[in-house]
Design a protein around this ligand. Structure first.
Ligand code: AHG
Ligand code: MN
Ligand code: MN
Length: 333
């Protein structure tokens, strides 16, 4: 019988490995785990609760807000702001940083999240997810604010994501190993399914929306074309997979290897994905798992955000494919 190690028990064990841990990071990860379980239930039942439609709002990204985007955002805001350890919160669905009242000095952390990733897939039973990034606030003795969020990915203290699919999975890291959990709906707990997930050195899958072909520069086109032919690290055509939910495309890349990209294009020179709550957390996870995430020239975890909703091109996955792709982009071959 494999021992049932729940997410909370695993987080607690990780805490014990750090003699100076105060238990606050443990407590806040419990809160994130609770919020994700609530969103999982919301996504699973949204169809008959009339939550598949749109609100009348347009977010700062210029996108119409789905009802589920808003509901997931409200769950995370409510659970995290009441957990007492977050001073600053950033959500894809909110224009400004949300700061919690500064009465308690324990508000040591700042979190950024994409409450519902892959919204365009809502209503067609394609997996969607939630992505989060946790930083220690730069100045906990001062009131929280935007500066807490504008930190490079190397400062991340925890990052993770959930995928609401045929099962609800949860992957997170606090910097020592990337660990995977599966929600057991019968007991309402996330149960450990994989420890120390490592991205394969190389893979056989490439993942990109080729509908942007006309908008890409010549080097991007050349690299993608070579992935479809044989002049590439695999020596034969890669298989193409593209879900259109970043969490699903990344989760597959994390486990199977290969390369995912949402590159810059002529209409969006800094791409479509958001740096703070999509590219940084997934690039940090990729980094801990032995892979790499770049914006086409630098490692994403070395980029210091200038604003909370700034965008970032993303090329992420197995080191072999990403480094090969970078050489073509930077014209070394
Ligand atoms: P979100 O639903 O949070 O706005 O994210 C959507 C993102 C990401 O999930 C996915 O990889 C990408 O949009 C798909 O973009 P295209 O439809 O342009 O391929
Ligand atoms: Mn997203
Ligand atoms: Mn989203």
């Amino acid at each position: 019988m494999i021992p049932t190690i729940t997410l909370n028990r695993f987080i607690r064990q990780e805490e014990k490995a750090h003699p100076y841990a105060t238990g606050e990071l443990t407590d806040l990860l419990y809160s994130i785990g609770l919020a994700v379980k609530m969103i999982s239930h919301l996504v699973a039942t949204a169809g008959y609760k009339g939550l598949h439609g749109y609100t009348d709002k347009v977010n700062i990204q210029g996108e119409i807000v789905h009802k589920l985007d808003q509901e997931a955002d409200e769950i995370l805001m409510e659970i995290l702001s009441s957990c007492g350890h977050f001073g600053s919160l950033v959500s894809e669905e909110r224009d400004q940083v949300v700061t919690t009242p500064f009465e308690s000095k324990v508000a040591k952390y700042a979190v950024a999240f994409d409450p519902l990733d892959g919204s365009s897939n809502i209503g067609s039973n394609i997996p969607v997810g939630t992505i989060f990034t946790v930083f220690k606030r730069k100045t906990p003795e001062e009131p929280p604010g935007i500066d807490d969020m504008l930190q490079p990915g190397r400062n991340v203290v925890a990052a993770g994501y959930a995928v609401y699919g045929s099962m609800t999975s949860f992957v997170y890291t606090c910097g020592s190993g990337v660990h995977g959990f599966t929600l057991d709906p019968e007991i309402g707990e996330f149960v450990l399914t994989e420890e120390e997930i490592k991205i394969p050195e190389s893979g056989s899958i490439y993942s990109v929306n080729e509908g942007y072909w006309e908008l890409w520069d010549d080097k991007t086109r050349d690299a993608v074309r070579r992935l479809k032919e044989s002049d590439n690290p695999l020596g034969k055509p890669y298989t193409s997979r593209y879900v259109g939910s970043l969490v699903s495309d990344f989760d597959r890349t994390l486990r199977r290897g290969g390369i995912f990209l949402h590159p810059a294009n002529k209409k969006r020179e800094r791409g479509k994905l958001r740096l703070l709550y999509e590219c940084i957390p997934l690039s940090y996870i990729a980094h801990v798992a032995g892979g790499i995430g770049t914006d086409g020239s630098v490692n994403v975890i070395d980029i210091e955000p200038k604003s909370i909703h700034e965008r970032c091109p993303l090329i992420i996955g197995s080191k072999k494919e990403v480094e090969w792709f970078l050489e073509i982009l930077n014209n070394n071959q």
